[in-house]
Design a protein around this ligand. Structure first.
Ligand code: SF4
Ligand code: SF4
Length: 1011
């Protein structure tokens, strides 16, 4: 509902003609909806996080969607962003309403083409999901580096603060571009808007048809320069490249001509963009009731302290301004710089004149500039307004800018925040305001959301390191402002959800379905976003969702939640799922255990917290449900998350608060699933609905028993782990390649869920070799390969094809194997007796290997020991002591995977007696991701898939200790490479531990999507 003044100056409510259609979607989908309705042609190359926009366009095109003018969509994906810019320019030159989608390095790569698009007065719109640029490290998340990389190209630049904004500004951008004959860029924060689901009023197709019109329409030329060039009327999107009316654009020009063209662009084209933007925004408001301005103030009229920013920060800042006004009486306002080019100097100088303090928050850093880009422009604008003020009524040096007295220029402060989507909390913004107050510390430049010095750390090595840093840089602590406590600014009725899962397990889809179903069934305003890194492969994934009947403005990570779903059964191993869980909250975790076993599996600290906060705990064996219900076994992991959707509605307060019955709920769920998966066929829809239903029905509550937890049990959890052996070498050189330093400053902090500090090594971000040994996939996989020794032929397929180098093959003599088993079993105890007969035992074992059909080496050594003992002339007491020692050694060898194979044993023995070796095929329990490739390639059936139990994991770990104790494969086995012997060069080389160890880290592919 908007208010419009009538002629008599009183107000009345006027319903806009196009109020929009209430719905919920993310920023990428909103752009796709707008572009595929209004646009005609797209040239784009995929790059995170704008990929979904191009994919959405391509999908619409493939589905035969027509735009509002009844035309099919064109799509061209060239070989990179530079070419995509050229393709889009070409589309635009032929009079098509064209678009491009890009981010980050993609923008940098196309940069030089953008100047040319401006110079040709093209009209296309570049949609950007703004992303950090690769500096010291690659980051695919939000940053304004790419946005500011085009500041000098002549594109006009808009920035949306939310999903509503990106839908609306996309249309406004096309309108400006086509009025001004100037290409434009419209940005949203990568992930933080592009992937955040929000409620919005989606512009209607009728609005788009009326507001943008048909590119082929003849319109009145909007400016004198255009009238002089094109005539009184022109095509809405001029066909600059027309075979029937040929002209060359972009020729070579020398000293005599070039400058005139550059200079002429300013008065005849660029100087019109500002007024035409105001026109486009005004027209949009008249049709929709939604008001946009080049710079938009929020509670600025009486504000003394102002937060300035662009993008998703703005809504957060507005919520903080309301909070500080209501709770502390501070007059705080917010300035949203909706348009950066042309810079809205006229509006910003008016809006900021006379304010006491202004903090400009920027999601980019340009340390060698006098200021970061937004503040730089604001200061320049204020300085020009002061020059106008100094003219004192004489000739105004800067027409259009207000006259400002120097004393009306606010104090400016600059804050860097959110680089690469670093989380920003309301408390950070409160601190930014407090910094400006008379009693504040008045820091002129600082960072938010990180720390250079971690006050009060109890980690001795970090303390020592910080002391060194402070000796050299005494002011370091003040470079970042750190709030002391969190502030919850969510709506009072908000239901908040956090999902902990694993990349590829379908949790993001589940989260989206939860919020979209809730939105459609209950009319909730929603905000939901995933948090994951680009490393994929079984890495923890978090999803946040907020449901409320009030609009939700905050989009940071949730510090307090009502419901936690954990499809990841091992979540406690990589994070704390109970963090921020409200008293009386709900925790649902994947579990195949009984309620009692599940409770017992939690750590003492977790149990204590659950009791203290009165948290309700539920278990759900969603993996079993998915395994039983998925028609395609490939979908098991992805569908496991789906069952949690049913669990959410059963456990959360939604059904009770909204008085939803099961029938209505499941009708809504089916509708949502149909929308999401309908294109994959009815079977997929039915599979999903059944899984959700079972998730709803089969979730069980854990009765919380009374028990006492002693403090030491709780404290024990915060300990830093031991450095992995692969990284633990003596006499390492200091510096960027030092593994020990990296362990102390990075790995050990991450291991106890702390971030690293900003230090000189962080500035370079070098990672020493083999630190991937820190990664442990034990808790991520459900299955592991199990070895059947009697079937192994030594074909080498497993150890050469495992993408993670997680199943090394090593060949050792029987003597070495027995000695290694003794070393492994020793564990501080004396095994002198068995040691003294180890040679004899090996000889006996070799005889057994030749005489008896092979089953396992455990059986072999057991028989050999019996034979040996019979021959030993020892008394009963000595034999009894020997039995005990052998039992320890046998326990190491009983289930250790060793095979007697033709190439390594029989062939070698035939050449030289005693030369044969046994092949060990040992799973590295930390590296194996459970992909089953080794099982698939083992034609002899010597590897089978086993469900990983605690006992099996324990066995794998014990086997790995034995493997570590085995000597490397002797060279005589490495030389085997004849076809008959079945072992080639690569498999032979990989039998060497020293070669195998160079491949720490694995393939990095996601187990779920295999990318
Ligand atoms: S376990 Fe299978 S794949 Fe591996 S060496 Fe033995 S037979 Fe070949
Ligand atoms: S299951 Fe996959 S990762 Fe594990 S050892 Fe086999 S091939 Fe390697």
């Amino acid at each position: 509902m908007i208010k419009r003044k009538n002629k008599k100056n009183d107000t009345q409510s006027v319903e806009p003609r196009y109020p929009g259609i209430q719905t919920a979607m993310d920023g990428s989908a909103a752009v796709v909806e707008m572009e595929t309705a209004g646009g005609e042609a797209a040239g784009a190359y995929p790059i995170t996080p704008s990929t979904q926009m191009g994919e959405g366009w391509a999908a619409a095109r493939a589905a035969g969607k027509l735009n509002v003018n009844g035309r099919p969509l064109l799509f061209f994906e060239p070989e990179g962003e530079h070419a995509a810019a050229a393709v889009t320019a070409g589309m635009s030159m032929t009079g098509l309403r064209a678009t491009n989608f890009s981010s980050g390095q993609g923008i940098a790569y196309m940069h030089e083409s953008l100047y040319a698009a401006v110079g040709k007065r093209l009209t296309y719109v570049l949609n950007v999901a703004a992303r950090a640029m690769t500096k010291h490290a690659l980051n695919v998340h939000a940053g304004h580096d790419d946005y500011h990389a085009v500041d000098d190209t002549g594109f006009f630049q808009l920035f949306a603060k939310d999903v509503q904004g990106i839908a609306d500004l996309n249309l406004i951008a096309h309108r400006i571009a086509e009025l001004a004959l100037n290409p434009g860029l419209v940005a949203q924060d990568g992930f933080l808007t592009s992937h955040v689901i929000e409620t919005l009023r989606l512009p209607e197709r009728e609005l788009i048809r009326e507001y943008l019109g048909d590119p082929a329409d003849m319109i009145e030329s909007p400016t004198p320069a255009q009238k002089l060039t094109f005539g009184d009327t022109r095509r809405r999107i001029p066909e600059m490249f027309d075979l029937d009316y040929p002209a060359l654009l972009g020729p070579v020009q020398n000293q005599d001509s070039y400058m005139q063209g550059v200079a002429a662009q300013r008065p005849f084209y660029f100087d019109h963009v500002e007024a035409l933007t105001d026109q486009a925004m005004r027209e949009f408001e008249e049709l929709t009731g939604r008001k946009y301005e080049r710079a938009t103030g929020y509670r600025l009229d009486d504000a003394e302290w102002v937060l300035v920013g662009q993008g998703s920060l703005v809504s957060n800042a507005e919520a903080v301004a309301d909070y500080l006004r209501e709770e502390r009486g501070l007059k705080v306002g917010v300035l949203d710089v909706t348009m950066f080019r042309p810079f809205p100097a006229d509006r910003i100088t008016k809006l900021l004149r006379g304010k006491k303090g202004v903090t400009v928050l920027e999601r980019t850093d340009q340390p060698l500039a006098v200021d970061n880009p937004l503040l730089r422009e604001i200061r320049a604008a204020m300085a020009k307004a002061v020059e106008t003020g100094r003219a004192n009524g004489g000739h105004a040096p800067h027409p259009g800018l207000p006259s400002i007295d120097a004393s009306d220029v606010p104090e400016f402060y600059s804050a860097g925040f959110g680089f690469g989507s670093r989380d920003l909390q309301p408390a950070d913004l409160v601190l930014a305001v407090e910094n400006m107050l008379p009693e504040g510390i008045g820091q002129r430049f600082y960072y938010l959301g990180i720390d250079f010095i971690r006050e009060g750390t109890n980690l001795p090595k970090l303390e020592i390191w910080q002391e060194k840093l402070l000796d050299a840089y005494p002011d370091l602590a003040g470079k970042a402002l750190i709030p002391e406590r969190d502030i919850n600014l969510l709506p009072k009725d908000a239901i908040t959800l956090r999902i902990h899962s694993v990349g590829g397990w379908g949790a993001i889809t589940t989260g989206k379905n939860v919020v979209l179903t809730s939105h459609e069934l209950c009319g909730y305003h929603v905000k939901a976003n995933p948090k994951y890194g680009s490393e994929k492969k079984g890495q923890p994934t978090t999803f946040y969702g907020i449901l409320s009947h009030e609009p939700v403005r905050l989009n940071g990570e949730l510090q307090s939640v009502n419901v936690v779903l954990s499809p990841d059964p091992n979540v406690f191993g990589n994070s704390n799922p109970l963090a921020g869980l409200e008293p009386g909250g709900v925790f649902v975790i994947q579990s195949e255990r009984s309620p009692e076993e599940l409770w017992a599996s939690f750590s003492p600290a977790a149990r204590q917290l659950i009791r203290e906060r009165n948290i309700r705990v539920f278990g759900l064996d969603a993996f079993k449900i998915a395994s039983e219900e998925a028609s395609d076994p490939e979908l098991r992991y992805r569908m496991q998350g789906t069952a949690f959707l049913g669990a959410f509605f059963r456990a959360s307060p939604v059904m009770e608060r909204e008085e939803l019955d099961e029938k209505t709920l499941f009708e809504g769920i089916r509708e949502q699933i149909q929308k999401k998966f309908g294109h994959l066929g009815e079977r997929v829809v039915e599979d999903n609905v059944r899984v959700i239903r079972r998730g709803f029905d089969e979730m069980y509550e854990v009765e919380i028993p009374e028990e006492t937890v002693v403090g030491s049990e709780v404290m024990a959890e915060a300990a830093v782990g031991a450095i992995p052996t692969l990284m633990d070498h003596p006499n390492q050189l200091p510096g960027i390649g030092n593994q020990g330093r990296f362990w102390e400053q990075v790995c050990s902090l991450c291991g106890i869920d702390q971030d690293v500090i900003a230090d000189p090594f962080a500035a370079i971000s070098a990672i020493p070799a083999a630190t991937s040994a820190v990664r442990d996939m034990s808790d991520i996989r459900f299955e592991v390969p199990d070895f059947i020794a009697s079937k192994c032929t030594g074909c080498s397929q497993c150890w050469t094809q495992c993408p993670d180098a997680a199943i090394p093959g090593v060949v050792n003599s029987v003597e070495d194997i027995i000695l290694s088993a003794i070393r492994t079993a020793q564990n501080g105890a004396s095994l002198d007796r068995i040691q003294s007969v180890s040679g004899n035992l090996a000889r006996e074992a070799r005889k057994v290997l030749k005489a008896v059909p092979f089953t396992t080496f455990g059986d072999t050594v057991s028989t050999a020991y019996k034979n040996l003992v019979e021959k030993l002339p020892w008394d009963a007491e000595r034999k009894k002591a020997l039995d005990e020692e052998f039992a320890a050694v046998y326990s190491v060898l009983a289930d250790f995977p060793l095979a007697k194979t033709v190439p390594f044993f029989d062939v070698q023995e035939s050449k030289e007696k005693g030369a044969g070796g046994l092949l060990s095929i040992t799973v590295n329990p930390e590296a194996c991701k459970g992909c089953n490739i080794c099982v698939d390639v083992c034609a002899d059936g010597a590897l089978v898939t086993a469900h990983q139990t605690d006992e099996l994991l324990d066995q794998l770990r014990r086997n790995w200790v034995m493997w570590e104790n085995l000597p490397d494969t002797p060279d005589r086995f490495i030389n085997i490479r004849s076809i008959e012997e079945g072992i080639g060069v690569l498999p032979s080389l990989l039998l060497k531990k020293e070669n195998y160890r160079t491949m720490a880290g694995g393939d990095g592919a996601c187990r779920g999507c295999r990318r």
